[in-house]
Design a protein around this ligand. Structure first.
Ligand code: IPD
Ligand code: CA
Length: 268
């Protein structure tokens, strides 16, 4: 079953990706805001989600769907899809080539399949639970990362992201301000799914963020864990809205423990 789900996921992220890429030039023409004045949604976010949801309903009418822009449709079977039609909407609005369509399928409550597609540079990450993760068909793993092997925090290139609300940002900024002198450097790319895929690939050593929504984490989290990373919350909690820490086993404890000491999962 997961093979069929993966084939469908790949087809849909590619189709939605082609749609948003074609609409990029007019992205600024129809923009509204959601949770804050800087939390934007474009007409293409809605159109891409519509494309995916309609295709899922046609192909697999019994499945549930949770989409960032359209909310939740309950299914009658064990499969639920999670979709972020454009992760990195602000990058999309500005024409920064770091945005992605993220689609994952959960089977009986367990994340089973994930696909993250960046149409701006035509890169596709995929994963199937228990089978592995791939970038454009190339198998990912902790022994085949694109960057150096890093086991200490002071050598680590760490990606993170920030929420849209000013209050949360203030506390996230305080965490990053403390961490910045203690690591190789910090990266803020602006799309959580691509951050997780970058960590999976070794383009950064690790990633953490507080405040992710399920559709931000679903596909990228599976890709990172299938690439051999530990993907957790803090102090035994699972990865989720409170905190996501994704790092190779050799680095995870150091970053995790530092984030615990900074109470990075507390506050607004
Ligand atoms: C956002 C991006 C960003 C992350 C935010 C997300 P959106 O998603 O992934 O990198 O820091 O937490 O909300 O709004 O571009 O879909
Ligand atoms: Ca989005």
């Amino acid at each position: 079953m997961t093979d069929a789900l993966l084939v469908l996921a790949i087809d849909l992220v590619r189709r939605a990706g082609a749609l948003i890429l074609a609409g990029r030039g007019s992205a600024a023409d129809d923009v509204t805001t959601k949770t804050s004045p800087t939390d934007v949604v474009t007409a293409m976010d809605r159109a891409a989600e519509r494309l995916v949801v309609d295709a899922l309903h046609a192909a697999r009418p019994g499945d549930g769907v949770l989409g960032e822009e359209g909310g939740e449709t309950q299914g009658s079977g064990g499969v639920r899809w999670l979709i972020d039609p454009i992760d990195g909407t602000v990058n999309y609005l500005y024409g920064l080539p770091a945005y992605a369509v993220s689609l994952a399928a959960e089977v009986d409550g367990v994340m089973a399949v994930g696909a993250v597609y960046n149409p701006a540079i035509d890169e596709l990450w995929t994963a199937v639970r228990g089978e592995g993760a791939w970038l454009d068909g190339r198998r990912l793993g902790v022994d085949r990362r694109s960057g150096p092997e890093v086991a200490s925090l002071d050598q680590a290139l760490v990606a993170t992201g920030f929420g849209y609300g000013a209050t949360r940002r203030r506390s996230q900024a305080a965490v990053v301000a403390t961490l910045l002198p203690e690591v190789r450097d910090i990266r803020r790319f602006g799309a959580a799914s691509l951050d997780l895929c970058s960590a999976a690939t070794g383009r950064v050593d690790a990633y953490f963020e507080r405040g992710l929504e399920p559709w931000d984490l679903a596909a990228g989290g599976l890709i990172a864990s299938e690439a051999g990373l530990l993907v957790t919350g803090l102090s035994g909690a699972p990865a989720g809205g409170e905190m996501v820490v994704a790092a190779p086993p050799a680095l995870h404890a150091a970053l995790h423990d530092r984030l615990v000491a900074l109470a990075a999962d507390a506050g607004p």
